[in-house]
Design a protein around this ligand. Structure first.
Ligand code: ZN
Length: 315
């Protein structure tokens, strides 16, 4: 694997902006087109996947949601985030990406029309079944890329850990999320606290899928977190101010009341330029990670059950 490369500026990703019937965006081809004509598994034949697996064993799986993102953002915003990251990282690292999962753990948004939510346990089962299937064919490194931040993470990280511990110890799993991956740049880019439908996620999708953002509806609408959650509320997903916090889930009914527009923090300053910097930074970090990760060994017992402690093992 080559080392980290400079993030490229890709306006079109070849997914949301591709015209119906048009030939695939040549930019979505991975570096060795002789081996694989696209980074997306769903665009390959089984013979092309088999050829890829003779050389590599890594795949990225994007996870989004179908949930309201305020008046300016589409319901699929988190999916677009995950797809953009997976496609550009896969292209630059020369690895594959699996079809996106457009549904996530969004019960708290069900007070808004259009939101579709998986139960936390259903989302975990989706991860198990996707990883099991991929592992069966020889994929040994599965990186889940989450576009939803906070609320998908318990399901994704628990499933990624459990399947490795109890079922497929030879398969390396990992979970990437903007909330952690962009710590090094978020504070420098944003003009307000960043929360649901905020400046950074709207900017990233404005950069990669401009037709999906209603720019005339960008606004300063925000939740009054201090009033609603007291001194321990999480006001900024990137941890601005280093505030100590305690998670207090609220219901979809409360959420509709607390955030009548659906937006939790200001996105008025959102711009494609901010989105480009935020996106390119994360892609560069993902490519760096993949270069390192692919040099690490996978477990000796790939595909088989690992030793599970029994009562007799306990002191
Ligand atoms: Zn979102």
């Amino acid at each position: 694997m080559a080392g980290p490369r400079k993030a490229r500026r890709n306006r079109g990703s070849g997914i949301g902006d591709r015209k119906k019937g048009a030939s695939p965006d040549p930019g979505s081809r991975i570096p060795d087109p002789g081996r694989s004509p696209s980074v997306w598994l769903q665009e390959l034949t089984w013979e092309e996947v088999a050829a890829y697996l003779r050389a590599r064993d890594t795949i990225l799986v994007p996870f989004g949601t179908t949930e309201q993102h305020g008046p300016a953002g589409p319901l699929g915003l988190d999916g677009y985030v995950a797809i953009a990251l997976a496609e550009d990282a896969a292209r630059q690292a020369g690895v594959l990406a699996a079809p996106p999962v457009w549904y996530g753990d969004s019960s708290h948004h069900l007070g808004f029309p259009g939101t579709v939510s998986l139960r936390t346990e259903t989302l975990m089962q989706v991860v198990y079944d996707v990883v099991r299937s991929l592992a069966r064919h020889g994929f040994r490194r599965v990186l889940l890329i989450n576009g939803h931040k906070w609320t998908n993470l318990p399901a994704l990280t628990s499933a990624a850990r459990n399947i490795r511990e109890f079922e497929l110890p030879g398969v390396r799993t990992a979970v990437a999320d903007p909330m952690y991956l962009a710590r090094g740049i978020a504070g420098r880019l944003k003009h307000a606290v960043e929360h649901h439908a905020g400046e950074l996620e709207i900017s990233q999708v404005l950069y990669k899928f401009p037709h999906t953002i209603r720019t005339e509806k960008l606004s300063d609408a925000a939740c009054e977190f201090d009033r609603l959650l007291g001194p321990f509320g999480t006001t900024d997903l990137f941890g601005a101010g280093g505030r100590d916090s305690i998670d207090q889930p609220w219901t979809s009914g409360e959420q509709r009341q607390h955030a009548p527009t659906g937006q939790f923090s200001s996105n008025r300053a959102a711009s494609a330029d901010t989105g480009r910097q935020y996106h390119d930074y994360m892609v560069e970090r993902l490519v760096e990670f993949l270069a390192w990760w692919q040099r690490q060994p996978t477990g000796p017992d790939a595909g088989g059950p690992g030793p599970v402690p029994t009562d007799e093992d306990r002191p």
